[in-house]
Design a binder for this molecule. Structure first.
Ligand code: FES
Ligand code: FES
Length: 158
């Protein structure tokens, strides 16, 4: 039976009326029209669907819509805004850190969850965090370069 679930996405209040077991990924893409978050494997094996829920990176392909009721969801669309771009967005553009780009929204969200915590990070720590986010184009080196640039900009690089 359909239910109405209220939450925020990138700071904006939204409501979705759907089966509460619907994956958050489907609600974002199909109900809210936010297409940056990607479907890859559907089983927590690739990271393409990663979003941030209340500050934590989560796989939206298996996260039931009902579980985000009242929570704050962030997607790659939220990296650019009227108050300026997140340092990660600038760094990824500067480094052209990707090839096909399919993996990037998920990688950006996992990296954002890490850097926004404000804890010191080095390249090895970032690589460890991204272990579950696959990039089939092999752009890992440029992706790590970009994330470390953003970490320096945010004052959390060691
Ligand atoms: S689509 Fe969610 S982890 Fe692959
Ligand atoms: S840039 Fe193509 S999968 Fe990562």
């Amino acid at each position: 039976m359909a239910d109405t679930v209220a939450f925020t996405v990138n700071g904006k209040a939204v409501e979705v009326t759907a089966d509460p077991g619907l994956p958050l990924l489907s609600a974002l893409r199909e109900d809210l029209g936010l297409k940056s978050t990607r479907f890859g494997c559907g089983s927590e094996g690739c990271g393409a669907c990663t979003v941030i829920v209340d500050g934590t990176a989560r796989f939206s392909c298996t996260l039931p819509l009902a579980d985000v009721a009242g929570q704050e969801v962030r997607t790659a669309e939220g990296l650019a805004g009227p108050d300026g771009d997140h340092p990660l967005l600038t760094a990824f553009l500067d480094h052209q850190a990707g090839q096909c780009g399919y993996c990037l929204p998920g990688i950006l969200m996992r990296a954002r969850a890490l850097l926004d915590r404000g804890e010191p990070v080095d390249r090895a720590r970032v690589a460890q965090e991204l272990d579950g986010n696959l990039c089939r184009c092999g752009a890992h080196a440029r992706i790590l370069d970009a994330i470390m640039d953003a970490a320096r900009e945010m004052g959390v690089a060691t």
